[in-house]
Design a protein around this ligand. Structure first.
Ligand SMILES: NC(=O)c1ccc[n+]([C@@H]2O[C@H](COP(=O)([O-])OP(=O)(O)OC[C@H]3O[C@@H](n4cnc5c(N)ncnc54)[C@H](O)[C@@H]3O)[C@@H](O)[C@H]2O)c1
Length: 385
């Protein structure tokens, strides 16, 4: 233990030298003393030394859609960093048992409920995951997407403005980019959403811009590429019964829940003819959210912020490569047939993750394909057995 005097000197020294201190002995580095945020950044939150009694003493975060696939992982990560979490979810696709922290069942369209939450909870920042997310459905039922992703989202922003909550991390998507734009895609690649889903996500991004001008809102938009995998301890994962994502569909074949996988087109200009995507592990996505939050919490209160980051790995994998890897990792044959291309399917969609790596220090830890499939398979077998 340090004496009170030494501790006081150390604290003063870390205030003078933000980040931490290097202690030398005979001119050689002997000891590193880091402030807690720098330590969390270096370990990406994977090593949590925060003693139990401090859990929940950090900022209070409202997580909309926190009972869903990505929101539940992010909420759990926040709690591990000492934040307290209020989860708001209408359980339209989410599961109550996935919700972390304090759970409120309710809909973002319910403005009175939002006012009650912001009055009762003293929220420091919002992570906004709640949305309708199926591209194909959005083409057939655009109204549902404008109502949920735009109108209900606007309710959230208005309630935040009224209650003086200034910080928000928003889940957007790589489908906002123009399908003719070449990969790897940086944040300044041309935008041109081609479905109501993607368009409503971009509309919300624009709303964040205008609220920044109007009332100094501070936002980080994370444009995810393909979220995949399940929590490393096997307790959370993707729970959709009729998945549209590739990996859960492959695992349904491995589990015998589905007879054959359809591969949509094998005549693309890629090395094996199938489309190429950038898969990012859901635990890495959760860590990216915490880094984004930390970025906002470290900024001055009055400064408007509108930041956008791609969250991907920069590595592309073709559909056939994923199927082969899934055969290896699960030990099951994955039967597939080749069907026609889907309308609007792009050849190659891979992120340029340089900006998030440089500005937020994001380094994916679990996003290699073997770890993604192993974690998803562990979850899938246990949950859907
Ligand atoms: N899964 C991906 O690969 C991916 C890729 C890019 C972006 N995103 C975005 O990430 C976010 C989370 O996606 P996910 O895959 O976890 O989907 P999900 O369906 O599992 O999660 C969405 C959650 O929001 C809840 N919800 C929906 N509308 C609501 C409302 N009006 N009020 C309260 N709760 C509501 C649902 O019940 C669900 O729990 C979405 O905004 C999505 O657009 C996902």
């Amino acid at each position: 233990m340090f004496s009170r005097k030494v501790l006081k000197e150390l604290l003063e020294a870390t205030t003078r030298h933000p980040g931490g201190l290097l202690v030398l002995e005979e001119n050689k580095p002997k000891l590193v003393i880091l402030d807690y945020l720098s330590y969390q950044k270096m370990t990406m939150g994977k090593l949590n030394l925060l003693p139990q009694q401090f859990a929940g003493t950090g900022p209070k975060i409202l997580v909309t859609g926190g009972a869903g696939y990505i929101g539940s992982h992010a909420a759990r990560h926040l709690i591990a960093q000492g934040c307290s979490v209020v989860t708001l979810d209408n359980l339209s696709t989410g599961k109550k048992e996935f919700a972390q922290g304090k759970f409120i069942k309710g809909d973002l369209a319910d403005r009175e409920l939002l006012d009650e939450i912001f009055t009762a909870e003293k929220i420091d920042a919002v992570m906004h995951f709640a949305a309708s997310i199926e591209v194909e459905e959005s083409v057939h039922d655009p109204g549902k997407y404008y109502r949920n992703n735009v109108f209900a989202g606007l309710n959230l922003l208005e309630a935040m403005a009224k209650h003086g909550v200034k910080r928000i991390v928003f889940s957007s998507t790589c489908t906002v980019y123009d399908e003719r734009a070449a990969s790897p895609l940086a944040e300044d690649a041309p935008l041109n959403p081609t479905s109501p889903y993607a368009e409503t996500k971009l509309v919300f991004e624009h709303m964040l811009f205008w609220y920044a001008q109007a009332c100094a809102l501070q936002s980080v938009t994370l444009r995810y590429f393909n979220a995949a995998g399940a929590s490393m301890d096997g307790s959370l994962g993707y729970a959709g019964e009729n998945p549209t994502h590739l990996i859960p569909n492959i695992l349904n074949v491995a589990l015998g829940k589905k007879e054959v996988l359809t591969v949509f087109g094998n005549d693309f200009q890629t090395h094996d003819g199938t489309t190429i995507r950038d898969f990012v592990h859901v635990e890495d996505l959760a860590a990216a959210h915490y880094l984004a939050l930390d970025y906002l919490l470290s900024a001055r209160d009055t400064k408007p912020i509108v930041e956008v980051f791609n969250v991907g790995t920069g590595q592309g994998h073709s559909v056939l490569e994923i199927i082969n890897e899934a055969c290896d990792r699960t030990g099951h044959m994955i039967r597939f047939e080749v069907g026609p291309r889907r309308a609007g399917d792009r050849e190659r969609v891979v992120a340029d993750p340089s900006k998030i790596s440089k500005v937020l220090g994001f380094v994916p830890k679990y996003s290699d394909i073997a770890t993604i499939i192993d974690s998803a398979w562990r979850w899938h077998k246990a949950y859907f057995k």
